[in-house]
Design a protein around this ligand. Structure first.
Ligand code: ADP
Length: 208
């Protein structure tokens, strides 16, 4: 199987990964998949749904095996239903991988071109954004300040090391405190450059 040509949107909870991912997913040739959405679409009464609730309500990561299995099932479904065309779409992932073990497990399926790092060292800004999101999107895991802090800790301890895993050449540092349109512009500039470099601006395909 050839690997999915992939861009990662990476950053702490509240850094704006979902906003950027959804915007990119509207562009033909880019298919967006947010791992949090995959989990949230589960029926919460099923054993898997209950597992998700158990971990996410504490601000912890769902175990890696379950996460990768579920992600793979969902991606396969999107290919089968012609939503994602791996032959000519790039995959834009947000919220996965979230630790180096997940990254290793995904190596079999994805080829990572870039990691867009939405950086926001000021944690109070993130907390503020998450609290606003709790009200707007009815997100139970954003409603409690203690859970928010635990998610930020989980990010620092488990997810941040991924930046070293993928290395500086693939990392694109972006100031996440800028407005969504500024952040989007930065990401799009890099995507356009990559496209021109690989395909000379002509007909393109995600298959390399
Ligand atoms: P955020 O990035 O704001 O934390 P997400 O919607 O990406 O929000 O994730 C919500 C919750 O879903 C996480 O706190 C975690 O419990 C679970 N989750 C999402 N993606 C993963 C993943 N790749 N591995 C393990 N757990 C995950």
């Amino acid at each position: 199987m050839s690997k999915y040509q992939t861009y990662l949107i990476f950053g702490a909870p509240g850094s704006g990964k979902g906003t950027q991912g959804r915007a990119l997913g509207l562009v033909p040739g880019y298919f967006h998949c947010a791992c949090g959405d995959v989990f949230r679409s589960l029926n919460l009464r099923t054993p898997l749904g209950k597992k998700f609730l158990e971990y996410s309500s504490k601000g912890e990561l769902v175990p890696d095996e379950i996460t990768i299995q579920l992600w793979k099932i969902r991606i396969d479904q999107t290919v089968k239903s012609y939503l994602f065309h791996p032959d000519h779409d790039f995959l834009v992932l947000d919220g996965i991988p979230r630790n180096t073990n997940q990254a290793q497990m995904l190596e079999e399926f994805i080829q990572v071109h870039r990691v867009f790092h939405l950086s926001c060292p000021d944690r109070s800004k993130l907390v503020e954004r998450l609290k606003r999101r709790a009200l707007r999107d009815n997100r139970f895991d954003d409603a409690n300040e203690e859970v928010i802090h635990h998610r930020l800790e989980t990010y620092d301890q488990e997810s941040r090391p991924l930046l070293d895993y993928y290395g500086d050449e693939r990392r694109v540092l972006i100031d996440a405190t800028k407005s969504p349109i500024d952040v989007l512009q930065k990401i799009v500039n890099v995507l356009v450059e990559d496209r021109q470099r690989h395909y000379g601006g002509g007909e393109f395909s995600a298959v390399t």
